[in-house]
Design a protein around this ligand. Sequence first.
Ligand SMILES: [Zn+2]
Length: 380
Amino acid sequence: MSTRITPGQIKKTNRQQIYDFIWRNRKVSQQNISYELRLSRPTVAANLTEMEENGLICRNGQLDSDQIGRKAVAYSIVPTYRIAIGVEVMRDAVKLIAVDLYGQKIRRVVLDLAFCHHDDYYQELCNHILQFIASLDVQEKQILGIGIAMQGLVSADATTVVYGMILKCSGAKIDSFTRYLPYPCSFIHDPDGAALSELWASPELTDAVYLSLSQHLGGSMISKRQIMTGKHGHTATFEHIIMRPNGTPCYCGNRGCAETLCSMSALLKGDDPDRFFEQVRSGEKEAVKRWHVYLKNLGRLIAMLHLVQDVDFILGGHLAKYITPEDIRTLYDEIHRSCPFPDTDDFLRLSKMPSHNITIGAALLYIQEFLADIGSANEL
Ligand SMILES: [Zn+2]
């Protein structure tokens, strides 16, 4: 078997490297590219011309050049050359977002649409998605795909909800969407969407446990910048670790799962979060007590998980914005009570993506796939 690299492969690699460089540095000159990537000026010039003609990149003003008195043409990528749609399906609402090739929000809407695992619902939702796409004023070919975040475990091929007890949608198929939408569509488990956003916002992140502290508790495990799914697809479903046998019933059918102690619904019991945390911060006794019980349980959960995975723990989800440095201190104290190792207090961190993280993460599925393969994109 020949291992020679073909001219076609070299061309692909060059194009990928040059595009990546422009994407990362936002605004660069031909000279920057040639120098940093050690590619000849003619090679860079030919690639820039081709990518500019195809609409992938554009001229974007000028940059100072090394030569005194001379300015160089600056190039940037065209962020809306391709876009992706993220959808978050919830019990009473649906969130839609469109993002560009930098993962930046182009437009976002929230629909009041109660979930029902029935074709009428899927058809109505797809009509809303089509209207949303029409409002973006883009061509059909610009849409890379639609990532659909579900409150449920998803099959490895992203086509089926294999366990959807919250929405009672186990068995839901992606063709409920694709029969009405002329775009590629994939399901993603909602905390995995949040974890993907976190990876996007944190280029230095390699291994971590992501805890989604929202109405429901969820989790995701990141290893070598990949989301781990596991043999049966339920890696990181921390919410069903039984912490209190004979405790409060969980939606999974067991009792005393972490969901019943560490989710926002377990904490708030129907109260408004802003109002609750106003009470906590103003020292109202009952609220402070409830918050400390919550932190104690969350600390115990993290302590257990930290014995399994000695990595950073990211606290995300809707609760993250209410967590103070003092609360983090309380969590460390609780963790140290049950951990035999003298770890330094350097592994808890708050999410860098507090807003729209699940919808953006769902859309990033397609953005990442596109960016990773610019070199061999056929129709540029
Ligand atoms: Zn459970």
